[in-house]
Ligand binder design. Structure first.
Ligand code: ADP
Ligand code: MG
Ligand code: MG
Length: 251
């Protein structure tokens, strides 16, 4: 699904390299967790996979289903099934959440050569997905993320993901700002989408989320590189021992 090879990336138009030769493979159907201290480059990695323009890849490649996506813009990547749930979801005043979702879904369908959903079809889908995530219908009428609590913003991200049915889902610290009930709802939402032809990159600073979204692999990102890969027990080890031990071993 995803193969990142020797990825070096910097902030556009600067000499500030953030990723320094990152290697990562995510298989079809795999849930891979990326853990790492603040400032390691986790969000940068997620933005670069999604195609955000503020970053420049200077070396290496990102293969998605075996093909390089470096020349594709963010919209093309999204249309091909790459989805990023943001660490800090944007507030869009003046655009009702429902309108945003409908536009997002229909523009993606258009890019894939599929017809627009009728309004009743769309409403049925959005109500079902929102119900699963315990999202109130009233929330969908409010402008996207404006005045939403931390938990509501994260649930709105997962709702978008559920509707768009992506192949590669990147979740950047979806657990931050969630209390335990919201965390379980979000985790249930993610787990319901797990499947043989969908992969997840679950980025988190803490182990707690991984009690609910149990990963197939755990990768430790530190200073722009993956310094260790293991199974779910690696997350527990990090929780108990902190990052210092693993950073020391890698050095
Ligand atoms: P993480 O998500 O792991 O906390 P980030 O990807 O947000 O890490 O940041 C990695 C490093 O890159 C940090 O040192 C951060 O300060 C730096 N960085 C990220 N974006 C920018 C930017 N636009 N300008 C300057 N430094 C940046
Ligand atoms: Mg981050
Ligand atoms: Mg870094």
């Amino acid at each position: 699904m995803l193969e990142i090879k020797n990825l070096h990336a910097r902030i556009a138009d600067t000499d500030t390299e953030i990723l320094h030769g990152l290697d990562l493979v995510v298989e079809d159907g795999e849930v891979a967790a990326i853990m790492g201290p603040n400032g390691s480059g986790k969000s940068t990695l997620s933005y670069i996979i999604a195609g955000r323009e503020d970053y420049e890849v200077t070396e290496g490649d990102i293969l998605y289903n075996g093909e390089s996506i470096l020349e594709m813009d963010a919209a093309e990547r999204a249309a091909s099934g790459v989805f990023l749930a943001f660490q800090y979801p944007l507030e869009i005043p003046g655009v009702a959440t429902m309108t945003f979702l409908k536009t997002a879904l229909n523009s993606q369908r258009k890019a894939r050569g599929e017809g627009e959903l009728t309004t009743p079809d769309f409403m049925r889908r959005v109500k079902e997905a929102a119900g699963d995530l315990k999202i109130d219908a009233a929330m969908l009428k409010r402008p996207l993320n404006v005045g939403f609590s931390g938990g509501e913003k994260k649930r709105a991200e997962i709702l978008q993901m559920a509707l768009l049915e992506p192949k590669l889902c990147v979740l950047d610290e979806t657990d931050s700002g969630l209390d335990i009930d919201a965390l379980k709802i979000v985790a249930d939402g993610v787990n319901a989408l797990r499947g043989a032809d969908r992969s997840f990159l679950v980025i988190t600073h803490y182990q707690r989320l991984l009690d609910y979204i149990v990963p197939d692999k755990v990768h430790v990102l530190y200073k722009g590189r993956i310094i260790k890969t293991g199974d779910k027990d690696l997350a527990l080890q990090l929780e108990n021992e902190g990052y210092a031990q693993i950073i020391g071993e890698a050095a």
